[in-house]
Design a protein around this ligand. Structure first.
Ligand code: F6R
Ligand code: MG
Ligand code: MG
Length: 375
């Protein structure tokens, strides 16, 4: 039965796919973005969506759309799929690298789940003023959002509002997914902080999916943050690309201030996914213009676009991580990148065996089996 979506609810859908890179896996060709804009402009003129913004981080084409059709809408997912197909046609024409690489199925079958693209959607009643940020990462995995999400919504050293804003003082509830056992659990801060950290520190397995305000705040039960959790290697049976996650965060007026949200990105923490999806590296906060990972196919990047919603219209974007105040984080990221690179093929620069996207170890073990003698 079709779900009834209250008229006043707005949905923000952030859907991404890598459908071809220039050159190699470095960035999206401008013509792919032009193709995407053509499709979404037409959908907007037909009132299928309220508004859209097309951008990119590294080799990922990003579609930010607003509409009133709710999360998981077949129509919106098909629109995104068709847009990626159009961009793929152009990528093939230009012989871009990995053209169509994230489109794992031949045809659309109702929902993007399991089809390759990454999806983050928030459905909510637009407040009197509704600031949101769309965060987009390249060359890493969904667990890369664990640390900044925890800092934003649970760390009083990052977010003073947790201590001094009466609306935030009761904390937040985290929805955490176990991506191996396919289970989820809701844990509340500050009471269950240590349990949360015990899980999400294992970022390859446990990922923060959503964050909700504490019930006691009287705010609605709507999520205030969401992260894409599409695990490509589980979907495709083999790892055919990075998950390159995206997230949407709502801010201000009883939620973390924009500055508290962005503060979490001043620390270039280590994430996995650099070079051949098989290395750890620092995540560097950058402007859209600098979202072009070229050194050792990285280091991993994150961009943050701020919008004000006006009846679903996307007012903006503000390229929030372009600010000079993030220069220090970028410099630190470059120093960490140098340090990690000098570790060459050794862990923890190289990922542990089971997490590597590329590995020769099993064949080498097989080849050397007969030469292996007891100690
Ligand atoms: C892709 C990525 C790259 C590739 C690497 C090898 O997102 O992170 O580091 O894994 O460039 O790519 P292939 O095997 O396609 O030459
Ligand atoms: Mg690519
Ligand atoms: Mg990518």
């Amino acid at each position: 039965m079709a779900r009834v979506i209250p008229e006043m609810k707005i949905t923000v859908s952030l859907i991404k796919a890598d459908v071809g890179g220039l050159a190699g896996h470095s960035r999206v060709h401008p013509q792919l973005k032009d193709e995407a804009k053509l499709v979404l402009e037409q959908a907007k003129s037909q009132s299928k969506i309220i508004d859209y913004h097309v951008t990119s981080v590294g080799d990922d084409l990003q579609l930010i759309m607003t509409h009133k059709k709710g999360a998981d809408s077949k129509e919106i997912h098909k629109l995104a799929w068709d847009t990626f197909i159009k961009a793929t046609e152009m990528a093939k024409k230009l012989k871009l690298y990995g053209a169509g690489q994230d489109l794992l199925k031949d045809s659309f079958s109702g929902n993007l789940k399991g089809m390759g693209p990454g999806v983050a959607e928030l459905e909510f009643e637009e407040r009197k003023s509704e600031p949101i940020v769309a965060f987009m990462m390249d060359k890493t995995e969904p667990g890369a959002f664990n640390l900044p999400m925890f800092k934003i919504f649970a760390d009083p050293f990052n977010t003073p509002g947790l201590v001094i804003d009466p609306n935030m003082h009761d904390g937040f509830t985290f929805e955490i997914w176990d991506t191996i056992e396919h289970k989820k659990v809701f844990l509340k801060t500050p009471e269950e902080t240590y349990d949360i950290l015990a899980l999400i520190g294992s970022k390859n397995r446990y990922v923060i999916k959503r964050v909700f305000p504490a019930k006691s705040t009287g705010m609605s039960k709507e999520a205030v943050a969401v992260v894409s959790t599409d695990i490509l290697h589980e979907i495709a049976g083999k790892y055919v690309g990075k998950d390159d996650p995206v997230a949407i965060v709502r801010g201000q007026a009883g939620l973390p201030a924009m500055g508290e949200i962005l503060e979490a990105f001043t620390f270039p923490h280590l994430v996995s996914g650099w070079m051949r999806g098989s290395h750890n590296g620092p995540i560097m906060p950058v402007s859209v213009a600098d979202a072009t990972p070229s050194r050792f196919d990285g280091p991993p990047r994150v961009i943050g676009l701020g919008f004000q919603l006006a009846e679903g219209k996307l007012v903006g974007p503000a390229d929030l991580l372009a600010d000079k105040a993030f220069d220090g984080a970028r410099q630190t990221a470059n120093i960490i990148a140098d340090y990690m690179r000098r570790n060459g093929p050794f862990e923890p620069h190289r990922l542990p065996e089971p997490e590597m996207e590329y590995t020769t170890l099993p064949s080498i073990q097989k080849k050397l089996k007969s030469r292996m003698v007891d100690l």
